[in-house]
Design a protein around this ligand. Structure first.
Ligand SMILES: [Fe+2]
Length: 180
């Protein structure tokens, strides 16, 4: 593997949730709990590193948008953790150490430009619908647990708004850079 990739976050399309892993023929509740566990954890992770980026960002506008997104991510993490506990679960998932070690220093780095950080996220999201698909698929599947269904559906509305802002800001800053 090339050296730069070892110190930087992966620059390829990701999905918001890796999908259910566990028992064969899981119940609706088991699938929901698995998703809430993993997704709340990744949202909490994003909410953890964004303040470090906000601190070192050199654009007032970037700081402003990121503050809103950070608050959304933190609230999603809280909501999903609470719902998981109501369903009788506890958080089991942890962010892989390798991901933490790449992403936290990258986003916290004062020498990395905002446009570079925005580019990493814009690339990860790639196709927004594909990125969110594992969650939209489960939402469609849910028959019984209307509370989790609508909780997730409204969280995804926030995610779409956050992604739209990040991609738009990336385009604006990269165009400004190209003009300079
Ligand atoms: Fe998120």
């Amino acid at each position: 593997m090339a050296a730069p990739e070892q110190t930087e976050p992966t620059r390829r399309q990701r999905t918001v949730y890796g999908g259910y892993k566990g028992r064969a023929n899981p119940s609706e509740r088991e699938k929901i709990m698995h998703l809430l566990d993993q997704y709340s954890c990744t949202e909490g992770f994003v909410a953890e590193y964004l303040p470090r980026w906000i601190e070192v960002s050199s654009h007032e506008g970037v700081k402003g948008g990121l503050r809103t997104i950070q608050l959304r991510e933190a609230s999603h993490a809280r909501l999903m953790k609470a719902r998981l506990q109501e369903l009788g679960g506890t958080r089991q998932y942890t962010i892989p150490a390798e991901r933490r070690e790449k992403e936290i220093p990258f986003f916290a780095a004062p020498e990395k430009k905002d446009v570079e950080k925005l580019q990493v996220l814009a690339t990860l999201f790639g196709d927004r619908d594909e990125f969110l698909r594992p969650v939209t698929d489960l939402i469609e599947e849910i028959q019984e647990d209307q509370q989790s269904k609508e909780l997730l559906r409204t969280i995804l509305e926030d995610e779409r708004a956050s992604i739209a802002w990040l991609v738009e800001k990336y385009k604006t800053l990269s165009t400004a850079q190209g003009d300079a």
